[in-house]
Design a protein around this ligand. Structure first.
Ligand SMILES: *[C@@H]1O[C@H](CO)[C@@H](O)[C@H](O)[C@H]1NC(C)=O
Ligand SMILES: *[C@@H]1O[C@H](CO)[C@@H](O)[C@H](O)[C@H]1NC(C)=O
Ligand SMILES: *[C@@H]1O[C@H](CO)[C@@H](O)[C@H](O)[C@H]1NC(C)=O
Ligand SMILES: *[C@@H]1O[C@H](CO)[C@@H](O)[C@H](O)[C@H]1NC(C)=O
Ligand SMILES: *[C@@H]1O[C@H](CO)[C@@H](O)[C@H](O)[C@H]1NC(C)=O
Ligand SMILES: [Zn+2]
Length: 457
């Protein structure tokens, strides 16, 4: 990045010169033909699993032929439901409202939300990528994704299934490729519940987990092969990513038992427990509850209003008044005795602070829209939604992502006026000439990608 800073002013001057001979559009279209996107999530695929596992030829090939980054920055809390819904809405968890895997809302008909809950009322109000695509007249199919079995804004994906973790991964791949080829879908989403499941049981460094990573590499290979067989490999923009990483824990040894410090006189309900906990205090007991917990080792206690800004995790009614965040490796339990008796020991978990290295997921992309053999700076999972909207050439709903950040992945950078809400500021002299300003920035983008200055960590 040093080189970049040193030469930026040169580029600006060059761009200003070029600007005078350039008018109108500067970016050529990214692909011939209709753009297609496949978004794949392999649950709990930690960003460094490819380094830890031995044999991952298909991922290796995908990285060579596409673009990657050290990790993608996911949102807090690093749990499956919130993180997956962020990817398809571009919204922070407090804005899309799926703030945990377990939720409670007194005012709803079905007060409890569990991972199997599909009641539409928990999901309403937030446009997903498949909704945006279908609104624009495109065809979208979803082979399992958080939210896809519910009606959101009155629509469902054209193809969807109620979640069934036992469906063989091969079948999911084959069906999705059929949608993309025979049915000519524009957008496909595909979810796999591994390596998360094995990672929980055996921990992120466990042999079984790393074998599972190798199995998932084989599933990626099958997807690439099927796309090749259907002549789609070089037409589809394929994104493979995940919701969160996995930390080493020991559920038998590193557990904080809330019963050691508080009881029902202070807590009305424990809605979520584990790496994070959501507590509803008894009426008027919030401060007393916080005081009783504030010196407990291996965790942090927040009243909802004081959650750190960087979490973007306070402005939603389903976030309960007191939130506990365990230190990496620890778990919070309402009754650790009960847990030991009823849940087998496990060695991996997630849900922790999203700044932890262990919580960070993988990201790789390949296809006509993406750079080849490039490593770019990390983007955020909220950027995936505006990125896909851009590739599909559809209008994004309001979101928290930045196409400008995601542009680092693209072979042909977006024109600045493609994303008017971006924080880009024009050079002051140009503020009265927006067209010239757009051209200048577009040329800057082109030059910068020609010079490959973004191929750094
Ligand atoms: C993992 O496999 C290696 C080599 O096969 C073996 O030495 C090691 O003990 C195994 N570790 C675990 C935790 O099973
Ligand atoms: C695609 O399939 C053809 C044969 O159908 C094969 O020759 C080619 O190597 C495959 N390409 C890739 C990238 O797998
Ligand atoms: C709950 O805590 C209060 C205050 O520490 C204590 O007086 C009471 O006996 C406790 N109740 C139970 C059921 O442990
Ligand atoms: C915790 O769970 C154990 C085992 O189910 C049960 O015997 C005990 O009563 C529970 N403790 C409290 C305080 O609820
Ligand atoms: C995220 O986006 C939503 C929808 O535009 C907006 O209401 C919210 O204020 C944004 N959050 C932040 C932190 O900018
Ligand atoms: Zn997950």
């Amino acid at each position: 990045m040093k080189a970049l800073k040193a030469t930026t002013s040169t580029w600006v001057i060059l761009a200003l010169v070029l600007c005078t001979v350039q008018n109108g559009d500067t970016a050529p279209s990214a692909t011939g033909g209709k753009p297609k996107v496949i978004l794949v999530s392999m649950d709990g695929f930690r960003h460094d699993y490819l380094q830890l596992a031995e044999n991952t030829p298909n991922f290796d090939r995908m990285l060579r032929e596409g673009v990657t980054m050290p990790w993608i920055r996911n949102t807090f809390t690093t749990l499956t439901f919130p993180c997956h819904f962020t990817m398809v809405t571009g919204l922070y968890e407090e804005s899309h409202g799926i703030i945990s895997n377990n939720m409670y809302n007194e005012e709803m008909d079905n007060r409890y939300f569990r991972m199997s809950t599909t009641d539409d009322e928990w999901w309403t109000g937030h446009e997903t990528i498949w909704t945006s695509a279908q609104k624009a007249g495109l065809k979208a199919g979803v082979y399992f994704w958080v939210g896809s079995a519910s009606e959101i804004q009155g629509t469902r994906p054209e193809k969807w299934f109620r979640y069934d973790g036992s469906v063989p991964f091969e079948d999911r791949v084959d069906t999705l490729v059929k949608w993309m080829s025979e049915d000519d879908f524009d957008l496909g989403l595909l979810y796999f519940n591994e390596p998360d499941h094995t990672g929980h049981l055996h921990g992120p460094k466990g042999n079984e987990t790393l074998h599972e990573v190798e199995r998932m590499d084989g599933i990626l290979g099958r997807l690439l092969d099927k796309l090749n067989q259907t002549d789609l490999l070089d037409k589809v923009n394929l994104i493979v990513t995940s919701d969160h990483g996995m930390a080493e824990v020991d559920s038998d040894k590193k557990t904080i038992d809330l019963r050691d410090y508080v009881n029902d006189t202070l807590i009305r309900k424990v809605v979520q427990q584990g790496a994070i906990a959501h507590l509803i205090p008894q009426e008027g007991k919030t401060q007393e509850l916080v005081d009783a917990l504030k010196d407990v080792e291996h965790m942090r206690v927040f009243v909802k209003e004081d959650m750190p800004e960087r979490f973007h995790y306070k402005n939603h009614r389903r976030i309960q008044p007191v939130v506990l965040v365990a230190d990496e490796g620890w778990g919070i339990s309402q009754n650790a005795t009960y847990r030991r008796l009823n849940i087998p020991r496990f060695l991996g978990d997630h849900g922790y602070d999203n700044i932890l290295n262990s919580m960070r997921p993988i990201f790789a992309a390949r296809g006509p829209a993406f750079k080849q053999n490039a490593i770019v700076e990390s983007i955020d999972t909220v950027d995936i939604y505006p990125l896909i909207c851009h590739i599909l050439n559809i209008d994004p709903a309001p979101n928290n992502g930045s196409l400008e950040r995601a542009a680092a992945l693209l072979r042909v950078p977006p024109k600045p006026h493609d994303h008017p809400s971006s924080p880009t500021r024009c050079i002051s002299d140009f503020s009265t000439k927006p067209d010239a300003c757009s051209s200048t920035l577009a040329i800057l983008f082109v030059i910068s990608s020609l010079m490959k200055w973004n191929a750094v960590y």
